[in-house]
Design a protein around this ligand. Structure first.
Ligand code: TRP
Length: 361
């Protein structure tokens, strides 16, 4: 049993099954040929899409749209789709609109005040900026600071989405607060933003994790009746938790590595991580480990080892029993720490550049 919704991810996710459940398309080898080369595509970490082929074949201007719900600190799993957005922006020179949904996290979270989510939005923006987006081509925006632009689009969407659709898509019931029910129309709005501003049809591509697809199903259903093009999307898998099979969650700190963790915390978390290792060293030397179920291996595979031959090497040496978990973990801790040391420096520098990125629409 697994569950993937925009607000809850649990269990061992069957990504193939999600393709059917959500009705998205797989990224075929043929489509891959039309895309710039990136390890997340080659490895099918980004593995599903809607109309990606159409937006590429149309050869018209489009923009990128993605987002973040500011409910807490940023971990490596969050960075994964953002790094891919950055890659696409560099590769194609595309504009990026990055939505920070301080409203969403306030509405859906008992414990967070609007002041909290707004503060977190600015904090999270530092991590986004630190990755190296082009300030000329990137607009990061907070929902509550931009309602003058978002609201007119959102109510057009909302007028076409019934309560029964919202219930069916998101699992709401009569006890759900009405702000949460309305929220999906706010997440739809940026998909139509440039069409609205430029008063002509401008497409967008949404690169993000697959759990956000339910929102964009709704977005796509209302698009054409409203005179907007349907947004295209490209979806990635979720980085597995360090402790086992569920998604990294901010609620259990051992299960993910936050960008603000210090070197010792990182080392500790990785040393305690769930692996595919055997019960004893002797057994592992004899029969090898199982990288397929290993959280440590997934960190290499999803993020920290973009070189295919090197990740293969780790895989094969694990399988054969020549690479033991201790060594493999220590190697990963070093990689993560050297990445985070740099990231934290850039994150501090980003404080001086907030205004270059966090803009009014
Ligand atoms: N709902 C998303 C979250 O909880 C935030 C978000 C808003 C988003 N717009 C988006 C995510 C577009 C991906 C793409 O994190």
């Amino acid at each position: 049993m697994f569950k993937v919704t925009p607000w809850e991810v649990s269990g061992k996710i069957d990504y193939q099954k999600l393709i059917e459940e959500f009705g998205v398309s797989e990224i075929t080898d043929e489509l891959l040929q039309k895309l710039p080369d990136h390890f997340m595509l080659r490895r099918r970490i980004f593995y599903a899409h809607r109309d990606l082929d159409k937006i590429i074949d149309a050869r018209e201007k489009f923009y990128l749209y993605t987002g973040r719900g500011p409910s807490g600190k940023i971990h490596i799993g969050h960075l994964l789709p953002w790094v891919f957005n950055l890659f696409l922006q560099k590769e194609w020179g595309t504009e990026l609109y990055f939505q920070l949904t301080d409203d969403e996290k306030f509405l859906f979270n008992e414990d967070l005040s609007l002041e909290d989510t707004k503060r977190l939005a600015y904090d999270n923006a530092l991590d986004i900026i630190a990755l190296g987006f082009d300030p000329e081509k990137t607009t990061i925006f907070l929902d509550t600071d931009n309602m003058n632009v978002l609201y007119p689009i959102a109510i057009k969407v909302a007028k076409r989405v019934t309560f029964s659709t919202a219930k069916a898509v998101f699992g709401f019931d009569s006890s759900t607060n009405i702000g949460s029910i309305f929220y999906t129309s706010i997440q739809s709005a940026p998909a139509f933003l440039l069409s609205e501003i430029e008063k002509k049809s401008v497409r967008c591509l949404i690169p993000c994790a697959i759990d956000q697809d339910p929102h964009f199903r709704v977005t796509r259903d209302v698009a054409e009746p409203l005179g907007y093009p349907k947004p295209a999307s490209i979806y990635c898998k979720l980085l597995p938790s360090l402790t086992g099979n569920e998604k990294m969650s901010s609620s259990s700190p051992e299960s993910s590595i936050f960008t603000t963790d210090d070197e010792e915390q990182v080392r500790k978390k990785i040393m305690n991580a769930f692996t595919g290792g055997a019960a004893t060293v002797k057994e592992q030397r004899l029969h090898g480990g199982n990288p397929e179920v290993c959280a440590v291996y997934s960190y290499y595979y999803f993020f920290f080892e973009p070189d295919d031959s090197k990740v293969r090497g780790i895989h094969d040496r694990c399988r054969s029993g020549s690479l033991l978990c201790g060594e493999c973990k220590a190697m990963l801790a070093e990689k993560v720490n050297s990445f985070l040391t740099e990231h934290r420096k850039k994150r501090e520098k980003a404080r001086d550049h907030i205004d270059d990125f966090v803009k009014k629409l």
